[in-house]
Design a binder for this molecule. Structure first.
Ligand code: SF4
Length: 198
């Protein structure tokens, strides 16, 4: 299919809906919703859990301490942040950075799935156990802990993305730096898939 024949909404249109969304109670406490950022036709999409304080302040994804570490590790892996679409599975900050509850997940996941359909990336990286469990439920992936599935490539059906690779959330790497080599290994897997996939 040629790009001009696609019928999926553009990222910009999805972002506008997210910015004004009031589908769940998280809109009440937000300063900004955080739709995500990156090119419309990115070959790589990276998805974390939810915005933190810095992201809520700025409306931009992964701009806090964890984001800085992620940028550093992506650069080390030869992956350019500006070529990547980066977002989180929940678009508004949960109070005190708690895990999102079930109704928040049900309300918000369709936005991430719409972004996935709109971008059609070759590879989607899911960062952290919370985001992975949500994707596992949605796409019938193994319901295992992130430490058991990280670095594996799962073929996704019925989405634009062809391979899903789970890995640790960069925030976990700040507290446990011994996980950094595993994150870097997972990025090698990502680079491999990016190279072999058309
Ligand atoms: S978290 Fe998602 S569903 Fe809830 S208000 Fe924000 S954008 Fe809407």
């Amino acid at each position: 299919m040629r790009f001009d024949e696609r019928t999926e909404p553009l990222l910009e249109d999805i972002a506008q809906k997210i910015i004004t969304c009031r589908k769940c109670a998280l809109h009440e406490g937000r300063k900004n919703a955080v739709p995500g950022e990156g090119p419309q036709h990115a070959r790589l999409m990276m998805v974390g859990e939810a915005p933190g304080a810095k992201e809520d302040e700025s409306g931009r994804p992964f701009v806090g301490q964890a984001g800085k570490l992620m940028d550093e590790l992506l650069a080390k892996s030869g992956i350019k942040r500006e070529d990547t679409f980066i977002t989180s599975v929940i678009k508004c900050r949960p109070p005190d950075n708690r895990n999102p509850n079930e109704s928040e997940v049900i309300s918000c996941v369709p936005y991430t799935l719409a972004q996935l359909d709109s971008i059609c990336p070759a590879v989607i990286v899911i960062m952290g156990n919370v985001a992975y469990q949500i994707f596992a439920e949605t796409f019938y992936l193994p319901k295992k802990n992130i430490s058991d599935v990280r670095g594996k490539g799962f073929r996704l059906h019925s989405t634009g993305a062809r391979i899903l690779v789970p890995t640790y959330h960069p925030a976990a790497l700040i507290y446990n730096r011994s996980l950094i080599p595993q994150f870097l290994d997972d990025m090698k897997t990502v680079q491999y898939h990016l190279k072999v996939l058309p």
